[in-house]
Ligand binder design. Structure first.
Ligand code: SAM
Ligand code: SF4
Length: 275
């Protein structure tokens, strides 16, 4: 069994918002969710090979998946010792019975705040969950760290998180996604997802941008095809957190391909009603 620090699990391709430069390409046309039975079979297969310390439930927006809680419980069953982290923009958290979040155990919710002007909407969604338990320890986190504040309970941790700079993981040539032909070590230095492999449609990829770009632009990433369960995974695991040739697709510092995510012009809301 190969131990990996974190494995993202892509359960929804669509998102209710569209952020310029998103690592999951939410600003392109993305539709649908991964069928629950497919997700179960991917977990069945990969849980015989990998032991992630953290499984991050990822998208798109994972709260668009009606089977979110069942998926978390299945991850818990097949990887009993991992931490499960739901990564969400928070708008749809109240689609689910809050009590269910406390039953997953060793569970945390990372709420990404994308629009400062919507922070009170997101705070209300978090409050609805907090009301389900009495004892929370609140930690304010200062400095430049993306984590801003966290609420900790024995069964659940919730934290708000905000990222300012989005490195756009591709180049557009006449609306076509192409690579930068960078020095991999240089692009990896400024990378927005330098050490997060992802389980995407049954295969393993180095990071969310590589998986999502291959999904929508097919051959854009040249020879990189992802890893199947019968491939030699030791190389894949060794390369986590390190630059590889596929990183030449992404920009280096000098390409200045960074977007200010705090500028609300870069965050479009697709779903109008959040109440
Ligand atoms: C791709 S989103 C998917 C999950 C969910 N929809 C959300 O908003 O959290 C996961 C995280 O990636 C961050 N992110 C997206 N694109 C990024 C980029 N280019 N650089 C750094 N972080 C990025 C988002 O701010 C969010 O916290
Ligand atoms: S390909 Fe490399 S540099 Fe680009 S996002 Fe993935 S890990 Fe980062």
């Amino acid at each position: 069994m190969l131990i990996v620090p974190r494995l993202d699990l892509m359960i929804a391709y669509s998102c209710n918002i569209s952020c310029a430069g998103c690592i999951s390409l939410s600003d392109f046309k993305r539709n649908g969710i991964a069928p629950y039975d497919d997700i179960k079979s991917w977990i069945d297969i990969w849980s015989t090979k990998l032991q992630p310390q953290v499984v991050a439930i990822f998208g798109g927006e994972p709260c668009l998946h009606p089977g979110l809680i069942e998926i978390c419980l299945y991850v818990r069953q097949q990887w009993p010792t991992c931490k499960i982290r739901l990564i969400t923009n928070g708008y749809l958290l109240d689609n689910f019975d809050s009590d269910a979040f406390f039953n997953i155990k060793n569970f945390e919710i990372q709420v990404s705040v994308h629009r400062k002007d919507h922070e009170s909407i997101i705070n209300d969604k978090i409050k609805k969950i907090l009301l389900h338990r009495k004892s929370w320890k609140v930690n304010q986190i200062g400095g430049e760290h993306h984590k801003q504040i966290e609420w900790v309970n024995e069964d659940l941790t919730i934290y708000k998180s905000i990222f300012k700079d989005f490195v756009i993981p591709y180049r557009l040539d006449n609306k076509t996604i192409v690579g930068w032909n960078s020095d991999p070590a240089e692009s990896h230095k400024i990378c927005g997802s330098p050490s997060t492999p992802i389980l995407f449609k049954g295969k393993l990829y180095k990071c969310p941008p590589v998986a999502n770009i291959i999904d929508i632009a097919k051959h854009a990433h040249m020879n990189y095809t992802g890893y199947d369960v019968n491939d030699d995974l030791s190389l894949f695991v060794d390369n986590i957190g390190k630059p590889e040739s596929v990183c030449s697709f992404c920009p280096e510092q000098q390409h200045n391909n960074v977007i200010n995510h705090l500028d609300i012009a870069n965050v479009q809301i697709k779903q109008k009603n959040f109440s």
